[in-house]
Design a protein around this ligand. Structure first.
Ligand code: ADP
Length: 394
């Protein structure tokens, strides 16, 4: 076990800055996912930890050693990649033990380690199988067992589940969490799939444009995203965003306004432009909003497209004149995605009235994209009215 630390790590390729002044502190025994869109610098970050890439600037630490310029074999790490390279002519036992045999470990020790690793990944009955007799998931487990027998201080995994089908991927997520619990080892895991990151990580490091945007537990990234990028990237379907302007005690947007208590929200004043964010599950049809302590005033809309998912329905609403032929930015002001109960009798083209949960409204600074506040209501204080600003507190 060991902590992993990146200090001001930058990696430039000619005119591309793949990683830009990255500071990361991954704790001993932690499971951290590096997540972000394709090309954001996740793999390059991982490669600097692995020693496959030497950073242009900055330092990499594993445990209490600076390893910036050490080769991978001297870093106490084991890697598992998306493309599993098993030796096709070797059975599972030989594949798992290959590295140990190469290093002349005693037979007893090899047997012991293979037995434990195959037990952890549940391959103990398959040690004599050949790779072509196994499923994709089983082959991936062989690759993981091969990493386990090395007894590394840190596991580095780069999209190890990307080639598996959707069902197996979900199953393997659970297996990896179990593995983490069992081994109690630091795991750094690269994925572009925010759902994978949400379900497995102790903390998620969200990366965009080579820069770390936020590193926090999954639910903190979800409920308190540091900026617009994280808010839009974490959560599926994505958060709704609407342009707004601050007036005295209100955020005015094209089709609705939202009351807030200026004393509760620092850093904005009348005339400021903000982006209002609300997740689909925090938008409610008026007749299902009875239990909501802090709804906005009613917003009138028309249901456009309904997508039944089985356990919920995604309702795409058009607001105002609903003119979606306008520019993309303007069009988002006229659309709202809402998640509703699966037994709702809403039909496409219905006129509907909805409210937003004011406790779940996020405001972002238009200029910087940084979050200003999460929630427009002081949930510790007395405001139980509809749409009215809270009277007290900050
Ligand atoms: P991700 O893993 O998030 O998809 P990468 O770390 O692979 O992103 O790449 C980040 C950026 O660095 C991309 O723009 C990519 O094209 C560039 N890049 C990565 N490796 C190299 C390389 N060896 N040479 C030049 N550019 C590279």
């Amino acid at each position: 076990m060991a902590q992993v630390k990146l200090e001001h790590v930058t990696k430039r390729y000619d005119d591309v800055t793949a990683v830009d002044d990255m500071n990361l502190n991954i704790r001993d025994g932690e499971f951290v996912c590096l997540v972000g869109p394709s090309g954001c610098g996740k793999s390059t970050t991982m490669e600097t930890i692995a020693g496959l890439t030497i950073p242009t600037e900055g330092e990499v630490w594993i445990g209490d050693r600076e390893v910036t310029n050490l080769p991978p074999k001297d870093r106490g790490i084991a890697m598992v990649f998306q493309n599993i390279a098993l030796f096709p002519h070797m059975d599972v036992y030989d594949n798992i033990s290959f590295g140990l045999r190469l290093r002349d470990y005693p037979k007893d020790e090899i047997d012991k380690r293979v037995e434990r690793a195959s037990d952890i990944v549940q391959l103990e009955e398959m040690l004599e199988r050949m790779p072509d007799e196994m499923s994709g998931g089983q082959r991936q487990r062989v690759a993981i067992a091969r990493a386990i027998v090395r007894q590394p201080d840190v596991f580095l995994m780069d999209e190890p589940l990307a080639n598996l089908d959707a069902k197996l991927r979900v199953h393997m997520r659970t297996e990896l969490q179990r593995l983490h619990k069992e081994l109690d080892t630091t795991i750094v895991y690269v994925t572009h799939d925010q759902a994978e990151a949400m379900t497995m990580s102790d903390r998620i490091a969200v990366i965009d444009g080579g820069e770390l945007q936020q590193i926090d537990p999954p639910l903190v990234c979800y409920n308190e995203p540091a900026n617009l990028f994280v808010a839009g990237f974490i959560g599926s379907p994505s958060m709704n965003f609407v342009n707004g302007t601050v007036t005295d005690g209100q955020i005015e947007s094209k089709n609705f306004s939202v009351a807030f208590d200026p004393a509760m929200v620092d850093g904005i004043g009348p005339g400021d432009d903000v982006t209002v964010g609300i997740r689909p599950e925090d938008v409610y049809p008026v007749d299902e909003s009875g239990g909501l302590a802090h709804p906005t005033a009613e917003i009138h809309a028309r249901s456009d497209v309904l997508e039944p998912m089985g356990d919920e329905i995604f309702a795409y609403l058009l607001l105002g004149d609903g003119d979606t032929s306008m520019s993309q930015e303007a069009a988002t002001d006229d659309q709202l995605l809402m998640s509703i109960e699966p037994d709702s009798n809403m039909q496409e083209e219905d006129d509907v009235s909805v409210v937003l949960d004011r406790r779940k409204i996020h405001l972002f600074d238009d200029a910087t994209g940084d979050a200003i506040t999460h929630g427009l209501v002081d949930v510790t204080g007395g405001d139980e009215s509809t749409g009215a600003p809270a009277e007290t507190d900050d």
